[in-house]
Each structure stands twice: as structure tokens, then as C-alpha cells.
Ligand binder design. Structure first.
Ligand code: PEP
Length: 251
């Protein structure tokens, strides 16, 4: 039985003090969330050590928003996977559309990052999703299928135990426009089929696939009721502990 997860991507928001306060509020409220629902928060790099401390004793796990595609050395401004684990991370988000769009993140780089993250023992939340032009041209299934194949087809069935996929249509991120439950479900089902083609039905069935894109307390229930939607990657609504927990109570 695959795990349900609600993960909060704080992006480039909050000071360290604000982040610690938010983490403490999420940690305090997390006991309301049923044990079968995992909670993850992804603060900026500068906050990780302090937020790890604030989450101690709660069920909330810690994620980075990105990692370097190199192990260590002269790569100014980058953060390596062993730095993330030593800061207390259990996860890293990879391939967020903002990284793909603004920082030239390619599928090839994502293969390297995923290899390093998995080797370090981190779980990977791999983001995929089409932009508005691709959706309007009816290419969304092809785009998402290619992203999954380009990255995850380089890995093994065993590796997949540590991989979560997040489907985030770019046109729905931070725009207030949510994919309808049907639009999201048909892509999630497609992703599961693409995973099954390579790794078999069992691995595909066991893989958690999250929806992301303007998910909030008012629409989470309908989205999470879909058979292939196993939770959410939450941006804006993750910056308010009450909203984030409300979303996690929407299964
Ligand atoms: C995200 O950036 O991962 C995201 C889903 O953002 P928002 O919820 O704000 O659309």
C-alpha cells in the first residue's frame, strides 16, 4: 500500500526565525494528522538545521528544495547531498518547474542529482509537469511521459522505493488555477502506467504520486479522492500551518 504524503515547498520565503516558527506550528499540529499520512516541509537551505531542530519529536520530515549535481568541491553556491543529510534532511525535491524554467535544470542534470541523492539515502520528490503552451497544444501526456522516462528510466525497481513523483502543471503553480480533479487524475494514471511499463505493476502501484498547483484546503479533498492522487506538493498554502494541516486532513 503506497504512502500518502503532503509536502510543503516554502520556496524562497521566510527568514530563519519565521521558518522556525512555521515549523514549530506544523510540528505541534501534526499529531492531528493520521499516521498513514506523511508530512514533509522543504524550507530554504539556510533554515534546514534550525528547522530540523524545531521538528524533533514530531512526525514531520525535512526536505531540501534542490541539491547539487556534483558530490563536492569547487562548485560555488551549490549544496551537496551529504550536506543535506548532515543538516537533518530525509528528502530533496528535484526538478521543480521553477528550477527547470529559471535555472536551466535539464533532465540530464536531474539524473545526476537523483543518483547522488539516492546514494546518500535521501528520498527524492521528482517534479514533472507541462506548461500552458504544451497543455493547449494537447501535448501534456507526451511531455510528462518524456520527463518520467528521461529521468526515472535510468533507475532500478529498488531505487523507486525512495522516489515520489509530483505532477505539477506549470500553469497551475502559484496562479490560483488548479487542474480539475479529472485533469489531474488522468495524468497521474498515465504516470503510473509509464512507471508500470518499466518497473512492473507492483512498483507502479507502490509509488506515491502527488499533485501540485494551487492546492489548498478548499480543493484538496476532491483532488485527494482521485484513485491515483496520493497527496500534494503544496506551495503558497504551506506557508500557513493551519492551511497546510487542513490539507493533510483532506484524505
Ligand atoms: C509548488 O510550487 O510546488 C506549488 C505547488 O505551488 P502553489 O501551491 O503555490 O501553486
Amino acid at each position: 500500500m503506497r504512502k500518502k504524503i503532503v509536502a510543503g515547498n516554502w520556496k524562497m520565503n521566510t527568514t530563519v526565525a519565521e521558518g522556525v516558527e512555521l515549523a514549530k506550528a506544523v510540528a505541534a499540529a501534526s499529531s492531528q494528522v493520521p499516521s498513514q499520512v506523511g508530512l514533509v516541509v522543504a524550507p530554504p537551505f539556510t533554515h534546514l538545521v534550525s528547522v530540523a531542530e524545531a521538528l524533533k519529536g514530531s512526525k514531520v520530515e525535512l526536505s531540501a528544495q534542490n541539491c547539487a549535481d556534483k558530490e563536492k568541491g569547487a562548485y560555488t553556491g551549490e549544496v551537496a547531498v551529504n550536506m543535506l543529510t548532515s543538516a537533518g534532511c530525509q528528502w530533496t525535491i528535484l526538478g521543480h518547474s521553477e528550477r527547470r524554467q529559471y535555472y536551466g535544470e535539464t533532465d540530464e542534470k536531474l539524473v545526476e542529482k537523483t543518483k547522488l541523492a539516492l546514494a546518500a539515502g535521501l528520498g527524492v520528490i521528482l517534479c514533472v509537469g507541462e506548461n500552458l503552451d504544451e497543455r493547449e497544444a494537447g501535448k501534456h501526456f507526451d511531455v510528462v511521459t518524456a520527463q518520467i522516462k528521461n529521468v526515472l528510466y535510468n533507475f532500478t525497481e529498488a531505487d523507486m522505493a525512495k522516489v515520489v513523483v509530483a505532477y505539477e502543471p506549470v500553469w497551475a503553480i502559484g496562479t490560483g488555477k488548479t487542474a480539475t480533479a479529472e485533469q489531474a487524475e488522468e495524468i497521474h494514471a498515465c504516470i503510473r502506467k509509464v512507471l508500470a511499463d518499466k518497473f512492473g505493476a507492483k512498483v507502479a502501484d507502490d509509488t506515491t504520486i502527488l499533485y501540485g498547483g494551487s492546492c489548498k484546503p478548499s480543493n484538496a479533498k476532491e483532488l485527494f479522492a482521485q484513485p491515483d492522487i496520493d497527496g500534494g506538493l503544496i506551495g503558497g498554502a504551506a506557508l500557513k500551518a493551519d492551511d497546510f494541516i487542513q490539507i493533510a486532513l483532506s484524505f
